[in-house]
Design a protein around this ligand. Structure first.
Ligand SMILES: NC(=O)N[C@@H](CC(=O)O)C(=O)O
Length: 428
């Protein structure tokens, strides 16, 4: 059996410890562990985290393999320190049947770089008219528990209510992309001072907030569980805080880009900053950081949304929405949350591994770094400083908003069930 000794890493940012991996499992955690027969990784000063889990990734396969495939997306995920990703359903065909989710699940198994858990569409074709076969997707080999029409909002309150009721039977969750469609017709960016000055169609905060308010009330009414995708406004934070204080079973995510970037960047008219939901204001960014720190927002999810350059390299109004994020997420979180003193590394582990695995009912991931647990691990050199260079990305797409920006931290090793998928910062 292969033995690997990770020596002297700060486990969850705490005291230096040795972690011995035997085969697929963590065999021992302690100090001064024997190196006999083990390959030794000197990890002094580095941070050891549980393998990251992304609840919101667009892998694009089937149908848009020009922007990403399950293989390239999972390679990007491993590079970013992830050992599991949830693949969004807005593919072509849409992942709204057992057949499609099983296809994605099988491709994930073959990729070997990280585990892929398909998300099923809530409605047929993401059209919001008719529930898809939620039960059949759950009962399939893919074992779907998270359902989302992400990219589109489940706008019809009756459909949303039925979906929430339906998934209760097997402990599933509906992940809502909160965007009131009528209020965002023709919207190009956040509605505010900048949109007024640029003359671009505004996307009001209330379009997100009104849907979240409705859905937490629906979840309460039917006694079910709702997850809110990519919170982007201070008002959304207030509604989720209120819902949680009432005991409503709601969880929420924030993306790295909404923790850092604002709508001021749109003044450049560079479509790399065009994203759904849109970049908001400094006030929103600060409210999102605070909410992630105090637990109102449960997790960080990347919303990794790869697009080929022809869909981004055009005028603002014609450009696709979305940013890649898997390979920069941890660095942005270090920059915005750890280096600001808002979170320690244990807090990062909670929000980027433990909790997303729990929300998605994903076994074998988001587990403590302890003997007997699966060896899904990420080793981070937090002292590293470097400029983001998309040319080095494993993703098939390059639409990052951070090109040329200095960000801290680098994943040096990722282990998926004891197998190194990243070694010394390079894919194995
Ligand atoms: N987040 C994005 O800006 N884009 C997403 C879907 C979406 O939410 O619009 C995509 O699939 O490209």
């Amino acid at each position: 059996m292969t033995k690997i000794l990770i020596r002297g890493a700060k486990v969850l940012g705490g005291e230096p410890q040795d972690v011995l991996i035997e085969g697929e499992t963590i065999a021992e955690v302690g100090t001064g562990l024997s190196t006999e027969g083990a390959q030794v990784i000197e990890a002094g000063g580095k941070i050891l985290l549980p393998g990251l889990v992304d609840l919101h990734t667009h892998l694009r396969e089937p149908g848009r393999e020009d922007s990403e495939t399950v293989l390239t997306g999972t390679r990007a995920a491993a590079s970013g320190g992830y050992t599991a990703v949830f693949a969004m359903a807005n593919t072509f065909p849409v992942a709204d049947t057992a057949g499609v989710v099983e296809q994605v699940w099988r491709l994930g198994k073959e990729s070997g770089y990280c585990d892929v858990q398909p998300i099923g569409a809530v409605t047929v074709g993401l059209e919001g008219k008719q529930l898809s076969e939620l039960g059949a997707m759950h009962d399939s080999a893919a074992g779907v528990t998270v359902f989302s029409d992400d990219g589109k909002c489940v706008d019809d309150a009756v459909i949303m209510r039925r979906a929430l009721e339906y998934v209760k039977a097997f402990g599933g969750v509906i992940a809502q992309h909160a965007q009131e469609p009528r209020l965002t017709e023709g919207a190009q960016m956040n509605e505010g001072v900048v949109s007024a000055e640029l003359g671009l169609g505004g996307w009001p905060a209330v379009a997100e907030e009104s849907v979240i308010a409705r859905d937490v009330l629906l979840a309460e009414h039917v006694g079910s569980r709702v997850h809110i995708c990519h919170l982007s406004t201070a008002g959304s934070v207030e509604i989720v805080r209120w819902a949680k204080s009432r005991g409503i079973d709601v969880t929420a995510e924030v993306t790295p880009h909404h923790l850092l970037l604002t709508d001021e960047l749109v003044r450049s008219y560079n479509p790399v900053y065009k994203v759904n939901p849109p970049l908001r204001t400094e006030r929103d960014v600060m409210a999102l950081r605070e909410a992630l720190a105090d637990g109102t927002i449960d997790i960080v999810a990347t919303d990794h949304a790869p697009h080929p350059h022809e869909d981004k390299d055009c005028e603002w109004a014609a450009a696709a929405m979305g940013m890649v994020g898997l390979e920069t997420a941890l660095s942005v979180v270090q920059h915005t949350m750890v280096e600001t003193g808002l979170l320690d590394w244990a807090g990062v582990a909670e929000r980027m591994s433990f909790k997303p695995a729990r929300i998605g009912s994903l076994a074998g991931h988001g587990r403590p770094i302890a003997a007997g647990e699966p060896a899904n691990l990420t080793l981070v050199d937090s002292a590293y400083r470097g400029l983001v260079d998309p040319a080095g990305f494993a993703s098939r797409s390059r639409n990052t908003p951070y090109e040329g920006r200095e960000l801290p931290g680098r994943v040096t090793h990722t282990f998926l069930r004891g197998r190194a998928t990243v070694v010394d910062g390079n894919l194995a």
